[in-house]
Design a protein around this ligand. Structure first.
Ligand code: AMP
Ligand code: ZN
Length: 152
C-alpha cells in the first residue's frame, strides 16, 4: 500500500470531485484547474510512468480521456478544444508520482488567461485549493454528458 496522494484518493482517504470510475481507472477534477473543466484520469494501479502500465490499462486511460473530452464538448462548458498531457517523470514537471492524464479544455480566446494560470500555478499550490468551490457543478455537467454518450 502506498501513501501517494492519488492512491489515497482511490482508496477514499482523501476527497476528490469524481467524474468517472471503473475497475481500471478513475477520473476527477484537478483541484487547481488551469482552465475550467480540467480533469485528471489515473489508473487504479500505482505506477509512476506510462510504460509501466499494461497495454490494456494504458488503453483504458487514453480511451477514458478521449471520452471525457467528448463529454466536455457536449456539456454546458462547451470548450473549443483540449490538451491531453502526461508529465512522464519528475524532470518533466510531474509533481505527483502516479501516472495521470490531464484533459485540459481550451476556450476560444483564452490564451492570455491560460498563460497567466500556468505562471500562477506554483503560488496556487503554495496557497491551497482556493478554486475548489465550483468543481462539483462542473463535474456534474461532465457526468451528465458522459451518461448521454454512454446511452444511459
Ligand atoms: P503534474 O504536474 O502533471 O504532476 O500534475 C499534478 C496535478 O495534480 C496538478 O495539476 C495538481 O493541481 C493536481 N492535484 C494535486 N493534488 C490534487 C488533489 N488532491 N486533487 C486533485 N488534483 C490534485
Ligand atoms: Zn499512487
Amino acid at each position: 500500500m502506498t501513501d501517494c496522494i492519488f492512491c489515497r484518493i482511490i482508496r477514499g482517504e482523501l476527497p476528490a470531485t469524481r467524474v468517472y470510475e471503473d475497475a481500471d481507472v478513475l477520473a476527477f477534477m484537478d483541484i487547481f484547474p488551469l482552465r475550467r473543466g480540467h480533469v485528471l484520469v489515473i489508473p487504479r494501479e500505482h505506477q509512476v510512468q506510462l510504460h509501466q502500465l499494461s497495454p490494456e490499462v494504458r488503453g483504458r486511460l487514453i480511451d477514458t480521456g478521449a471520452r471525457i473530452a467528448q463529454a466536455l464538448y457536449a456539456s454546458s462548458l462547451q470548450p473549443a478544444a483540449a490538451h491531453f498531457a502526461i508529465n512522464d517523470g519528475p524532470a518533466a514537471q510531474q509533481s505527483v508520482p502516479h501516472v495521470h492524464l490531464h484533459v485540459l479544455p481550451r476556450y476560444a480566446g483564452d490564451g492570455g488567461r491560460f498563460l497567466l494560470r500556468l505562471l500562477r500555478k506554483p503560488f496556487d499550490l503554495a496557497l491551497g485549493p482556493a478554486a475548489a468551490g465550483g468543481l462539483e457543478a462542473d463535474a456534474a455537467a461532465i457526468r451528465a454528458a458522459l451518461a448521454k454518450i454512454d446511452g444511459h
